[in-house]
Design a protein around this ligand. Sequence first.
Ligand SMILES: [Zn+2]
Ligand SMILES: [Zn+2]
Length: 544
Amino acid sequence: MTKRIQLFILATGLAWTLLASTLSAQEFEPGFIDPYPILQAASAAIGEERLSCVSISGNAYTGMVGQQRLNGYEVDWPRGEPLSNYTRIIDWQNVRMLETFDREPGNNPAGWKYGLGWLGGTPVQQETRQEFMLNNSYAWHKDGANGTPFAASHLDAERWQLDMWLTPHGFLKAARLPGANPRATWRWELGEMGRDGATVKPEKVTIVTIDLLGKYRVDATVNSQNLLQRIHTWVPDPVLGDTNYEHEFANNDYIDIGNGIRFPTIWHHHTGWDDNYQAQSTNAGHNAFGGNQSTIQANVCPGDLPVPNEVLNGEIADTLEVSELADGVYLFGGSSHNSVVVEFADYIAVVEAPLNERHNLMVIDEIVARIPDKPIRFLVNTHQHHDHIGGLRTYMHIGATIITHWKNYDFYTKDVLNYAQRTLDPDLVSLLPPTELAEGYQYETVRENYVLTDGDRIMQISYVHPLNHVEGMLAAYLPQERLLIEADLFDGPSGFHTDPTTAEPNQANRSLYNHVQRLGLDVDTIVPIHGRPVAWDEFAELVN
Ligand SMILES: [Zn+2]
Ligand SMILES: [Zn+2]
């Protein structure tokens, strides 16, 4: 690490002219031009070399990526609780960043900053004050200023570091890092230029591309005023694969903060394509972070940010705890999300493929170890929130048929269960695509009711409505065992949406209660996807 930092300091000390290529035009590949004059002009326009750290403060909104309510037919992610007293302090030279803000507790996992990462791997946020730290390859958060440090996953740590470099000054500094290998091209842009700024005339822009952290390709669009208007890359996501990730800045967002330094007051971020007309994808959610951070201080650094011991030890390992709920019915818990495994005479059905591929392969390996000679024939999916579908592709890879509500079908076939290459964190379907991804018996789409049975055991799957949690929700009922398997309508103890011991009944709880009454189900035990099973009577007492 020290070596890399030294190289960086050495490199940042060099003027762009010294780095500039002496190649003549015909030595570039067709369509490409010399990146160094572009970088040099962009650096001069914002006083890049005079800014080594920055502190920005204000407020921000957040988008809950992957938590859309209506099936991907909306044009944007639902908004999370607003962030107030927001401050971000960046130190590019030492690769450190500190973000702090206040947010109403109780609405999301504490480890969620904004955008991607709403995966529920951590307990629900308890304190108003939230702190997120990055020091090179280590990242962690604290729920409350005195909270215990909680290590972020290595993918989160990389993404938070990308956030540092996807700033105008950060990009230009990253272009000097060893291995950045800048190259440039150009295009005429018409209409929307980066940030919703309608233009009448086409404007010629240049695009500089660099390599970062050994695997990310990052590009910046530089306009005729030499300002970076869009900085863009792709990040890995278990549901969407290589996902569009970009920060955009309009010309008049840039303010003068003295000493020839200009910095944008608005940070506007997209996770997913800004594709309101859904021409390219069913799910057009994109605005995931933004706001006005107009208090900007040059060369204020975040301090040393020493990595706590809890974080040096690495991220919390994913674990499995298996318990038998009834003969041949198993709860695969131990994590933020459960799966329920049900053995039929000739096959196995699994309810829910949450989180990511790694987690689901752990579940599948354990099923195969316990019941080696029956195929896993069906995967029952409760709903399309991304924290509940990160393993759909894994089950498709092993040949299971996915049972889901019909309203999820377009989104899954088009955006999730597709052949698109996943380069940043490839999964099995992407590495080893089957010859037919959807031509076989790959889906069962349920409208109202669907039954799996071998003549003895019965699983009755039903559409839960009306509901405010999400559209396209299924629940699974085992009448002989009197078990009801459901997601997010009610959490058991240590679940993450609500704490059942203190919670007031919410609308989702009432939806579940009414659903069971309407269908006349005789439930003994609720088996939630979050938290431990709960007696129906206890639940009924809460709701009534
Ligand atoms: Zn949900
Ligand atoms: Zn959930």
